[in-house]
Design a protein around this ligand. Structure first.
Ligand code: SAM
Length: 295
């Protein structure tokens, strides 16, 4: 079984042999369609020099496709039964299985360093996993992930879109993302009740001169009250609406704008203004105004 991709019969047989009943909690929907595997591997744009990181190899469907395309595969699987069985399904010597929670892995866990993230992600933790790995593994040059279609739409959305939000801006901090296609429920076992989507991303330099955590604090504040103007939404973060307005003006952004219209560079400019400001983003008591005055 080491070389052939897994179809529906093989997936059922493997699961039965291992006594695996897929759980919702771990987002276990296994791919059983070789065409979809080939499609993912092709869309990922891998080179023979790449080191792939796969989160949640499950029964090994995608892992089998990846070992044929790259020089090394790291597979991080939280379920100990699946992690233990993977080397029997995928016998390639250039596979390292990590029985670990992808949310907790660190760069030092991987040798050689991963260059591409390619995964059919567990849907309940897809966004935090992608963001964690991009933060933790600077060696990643990009990736291709499969997530719930609705989440894929959010990840690739740009300013002005109805679904543009925290995941879109945070992914944009690290990478340029684009939609790479839709995947129907029928290619999974068990069959999920939603479509899936592929998201491809390529790492790029983040906006210069600001810390990621400072920028993400502005993003979180702006979208926590996304219907409010930035002047109101950022009041709590800045120490008052007047101070928020000052920082927005300094950053060249209209205080009446809403977070959903801003690029990641503009969020960075707001964080930068707070950093450069003599009062460090804090408000003197005389500046204070009731919050939400212009919401
Ligand atoms: N890659 C396989 C496939 O395409 O058939 C399985 C994908 S399935 C959607 C998600 C996999 O992620 C499951 O095997 C599940 O056990 C694993 N998983 C869930 N949460 C995880 C986590 N936090 N860290 C690592 N693996 C996780």
């Amino acid at each position: 079984m080491a070389d052939a991709l897994l179809g529906p019969a093989e997936i059922r047989e493997l699961a039965a042999r291992l006594g695996v009943a897929p759980t919702k909690k771990l987002g276990q929907n296994f791919l059983h369609d070789p065409n979809t595997i080939r499609r993912i591997v092709t869309a990922a744009g891998l080179t023979a020099d790449d080191v792939a990181l796969e989160v949640g190899p499950g029964l090994g469907s995608l892992t089998l496709g990846l070992v044929g395309a790259v020089r090394h595969v790291h597979a991080v699987e939280i379920d100990p039964r699946l992690a233990a069985a993977l080397p029997e399904t995928v016998t390639a010597a250039h596979l390292t299985v990590h029985n670990a929670d992808a949310m907790r892995v660190r760069g030092a866990d991987f040798d050689p360093a991963p260059t591409m993230l390619v995964a059919n992600l567990p849907y309940n933790v897809a966004v935090p996993v992608v963001l964690h790995l991009l933060a933790e593994l600077p060696s990643l040059r990009g990736g291709l992930v499969m997530v719930q279609k609705e989440v894929a739409d959010r990840l690739v959305a740009g300013p002005g879109s109805k679904v543009y939000g925290v995941p879109s801006v945070k992914l944009a901090w690290y990478a340029e993302a684009r939609a790479a296609g839709k995947v129907p429920p029928a290619v999974f076992w068990p069959v999920p009740n939603v479509d899936s989507g592929l998201v491809a991303f390529t790492r790029r330099d983040p906006p210069p001169g600001v810390d990621r955590t400072d920028v993400f604090a502005v993003v979180d504040a702006a979208f926590a009250q996304r219907r409010k103007t930035l002047r109101a939404a950022l009041a709590g973060w800045a120490g008052g609406a007047v101070r928020a307005e000052e920082l927005l003006v300094e950053a060249g952004i209209s205080p009446q704008a809403r977070g959903e219209s801003l690029t990641v560079a503009q969020f960075a400019a707001i964080a930068g203004a707070a950093k450069l400001s003599p009062t460090g983003g804090k408000l003197s008591p005389s500046d204070r105004q009731p919050e939400g005055v212009d919401s």
